[in-house]
Write a protein that binds this ligand. Structure first.
Ligand SMILES: Cc1cc2nc3c(=O)[nH]c(=O)nc-3n(C[C@H](O)[C@H](O)[C@H](O)COP(=O)(O)OP(=O)(O)OC[C@H]3O[C@@H](n4cnc5c(N)ncnc54)[C@H](O)[C@@H]3O)c2cc1C
Length: 594
């Protein structure tokens, strides 16, 4: 990789402290917090547009959310054929817009379990990253308002953070008189609030939304309120193509980044220099930028003509996604709508399985699929034996049907995301390896069967007419497994591709580098029992604290580098977001059905 020809790009000629690659969920959170310190000049470079004029991002109605995948704010990625799931090719929506995937997601805001987060420190060497620190960090992101009709434990939530969070009041009787009593009658339990470290039980999920039910996400809640800061600049429509390295390594032999190179909207290459580079490009974008920069597995980089500057084969590996199954029943003719409020029901293997089935699952979990590290394998076995939540049943409000999506929370299967081109705009290749582990398949099949048990309890019978999927002809474990293989879906929760313990250290620094950090879903070593965006905001919050506390001078002693001085001049494609403050109107209240 050639030496830096970075020109520097502070609008006022000042030295840039942080270059943040990706203005997504975590990227804007960490940038907003770092720029609270006026001594930090923070530049965010985002591949997508600003998206503030997109009504489908603002609205959280079913039709709006469904209009986002496949539109201009989606990368429109596709998986490789799923070898263990009927060779399906699945769409993998990722937000390509300021706010990243927080702009296009379902906005469920769930706190992970204590068990999940404590493994980061106890098993993966992430000292300081545990339930106590991360739940406090999530609270710093959250501004929670409980609704009068729903029981919530406000001490489990933050009340001063930028992301507005609230619940919708349930309507109708399908959930209150039908599903919740059915879950309890079949061995589950009701929860008052899943956010205190034990999500077990069924509860109405909060969403990241303003009191008028429009989306609260990183672009309008972390960035816009701070857009007037002179030391926070955001460049949109700019795709980072690589990290630029100094000719000399640090005194400790680490690679030193001097900045990044990016393609602006006209396709022109530009460089920007800074003291530290933060990769927040998401679980697919972050390993992509690392590999394009020569950090990764030489067997992947060499054939593309990229010289390896840090031999780090774990980059892009350990890709984990939560597979889903489905249970659908038609509503009875006199029931016109299953309501507007999502329920989530978290269960452990003890509730899901009888003792014979538990023994079978316990036997299956002993065999690690390819790509699962020993550390992760041991942690997963311990969590299974310790009755950690293993399945979530997402109860979907729907005008015509009663829908449960069983989600496998702690899959064993591990895939990968690797570049196949030196062109930063070409999609990497995604091997999701969904259901490669027989344990994953076994549990998801059992969960589908259990969803049928909820729907056939006496309390639910008055609300449903007939089972539509999997269909009453599916009765044996083999048939349930085939159904799961044929119909498996994604949770859109990919993570783990630059994880603690293998790619980053406890300070989020990429191994072998002096001043490149990762702050996004890539660092999460194991799937949490949660929808991850709350945790990812928490990662942004905690990362800012860690970075603020570590002086630049400690970046592996970089005094020996050829970091060129930055020169003045603003990029032609940067946007003056202050303009948007005057014109941006927080969404419109509209019919909510999702
Ligand atoms: C359809 C969908 C529904 C979901 N529903 C929920 C939900 O209801 N609740 C929940 O908690 N989670 C949900 N998720 C998951 C959650 O939204 C994501 O896990 C989370 O937003 C990821 O955050 P991140 O910061 O890691 O990445 P992102 O938010 O995706 O940010 C990455 C950013 O980097 C940019 N980028 C990438 N490469 C480059 C580059 N080379 N140069 C410059 N910029 C680059 C991208 O454009 C993007 O803006 C959902 C996700 C999807 C896609």
């Amino acid at each position: 990789v050639p030496a830096s020809d970075a020109t520097g790009s502070s609008p006022s000629g000042e030295k840039i402290t942080y270059v943040v690659v990706g203005g997504g969920t975590a990227g804007l959170a960490v940038a907003a917090r770092l720029s609270e310190n006026v001594d930090n000049l923070v530049i965010v470079i985002e591949a997508g547009a600003d998206g503030f004029d997109n009504a489908n991002i603002k609205n959280l109605t079913g039709p709006s959310i469904q209009a986002l995948p496949g539109s201009s704010v989606d990368y429109n990625y596709h998986s490789m054929p799923l070898k263990f799931a009927a060779n399906q090719v699945v769409n993998m929506t990722r937000g390509k817009v300021l706010g990243g995937s927080s702009a296009v997601n379902g906005a469920l805001f769930t706190h992970p379990s204590k068990t999940d987060l404590d493994t980061w420190e106890s098993d993966f060497g992430a000292t300081g990253w545990n339930w106590n620190s991360l739940s406090a960090a999530i609270d710093s992101a959250e501004n929670f308002t409980p609704t009068a009709r729903l029981a919530s434990t406000t001490s489990f939530h933050g009340s001063n953070g930028p992301i507005f969070v609230t619940q919708r009041t349930p309507t109708g009787d399908v959930w209150t008189k039908g599903v919740i009593p059915a879950v309890v009658a079949s061995g589950g339990k009701e929860s008052n609030d899943q956010s205190g470290g034990d999500p077990t039980g069924i509860w109405y999920s909060p969403k990241a939304m303003f009191p008028n039910s429009t989306r609260s996400y990183s672009a309008n809640s972390y960035y816009l309120p701070n857009a007037g800061r002179a030391n926070l600049q955001v460049h949109v429509n700019s795709t980072v193509s690589r990290i630029v390295w100094a000719q000399d390594k640090s005194k400790n032999g680490q690679m030193v980044a001097t900045g990044v190179e990016y393609l602006d909207a006209s396709g022109q290459n530009t460089t920007v220099s800074g003291d530290r580079v933060i990769l927040s490009a998401g679980a697919f974008g972050t390993p992509q930028v690392l590999e394009l920069s020569g950090v990764g597995n030489p067997d992947i980089l060499n054939p593309l003509g990229i010289s390896t500057v840090v031999n780090l084969p774990a980059v892009g590996e350990n890709l984990s996604e939560q597979p889903t199954s489905r249970y659908i029943a038609a509503l009875a003719p006199n029931i016109s709508n299953a309501g507007v409020q999502l329920t989530l029901n978290f269960e452990s293997a003890r509730t899901l399985l009888n003792s014979t089935e538990w023994d079978k699952a316990h036997e299956l979990i002993q065999t690690a699929p390819p790509g699962l590290s020993d550390t992760a394998h041991k942690a997963l076995i311990r969590m299974f034996e310790g009755d950690a939540p293993l399945i979530e049943f997402m109860g979907f409000p729907n005008p015509a049907n009663l829908v449960f999506l069983p989600i496998l929370l702690h899959p064993m299967s591990r895939g990968s995301s690797h570049i196949v081109s030196t062109d930063a705009k070409q999609a990497p290749q995604f091997d999701l390896a969904l259901l490669e582990s027989p344990f994953d398949l076994y549990i998801l099949a059992k969960a589908t069967e259990r969803a049928r048990r909820f729907a056939t309890q006496d309390t639910v019978k008055p609300f449903v007419a007939a089972e539509l999927a999997p269909g009453l002809n599916i009765t044996t474990q083999e048939q349930f497994e085939q159904f799961v293989k044929n119909s498996v879906g994604l949770s859109y929760h990919p993570l783990g591709t630059a994880a603690f313990g293998s790619v980053v250290d406890k300070d989020l620094r990429v191994n072998g580098t002096a001043n490149v950090f990762v702050v996004d879903a890539s660092i999460i070593p194991l799937q949490p029992a949660a929808h991850p965006s709350a945790l990812i905001y928490g990662i942004g919050e905690q990362a800012a604290k860690v970075l603020k506390a570590s002086p630049l001078s400690q970046d592996a002693d970089t005094a020996n580098t050829n970091n060129p001085p930055p020169s003045a001049g603003r990029h032609s494609h940067s946007r003056n977001f202050a303009l948007f403050l005057g014109t941006f109107v927080f969404g419109i209240v509209s019919t909510i059905i999702w």
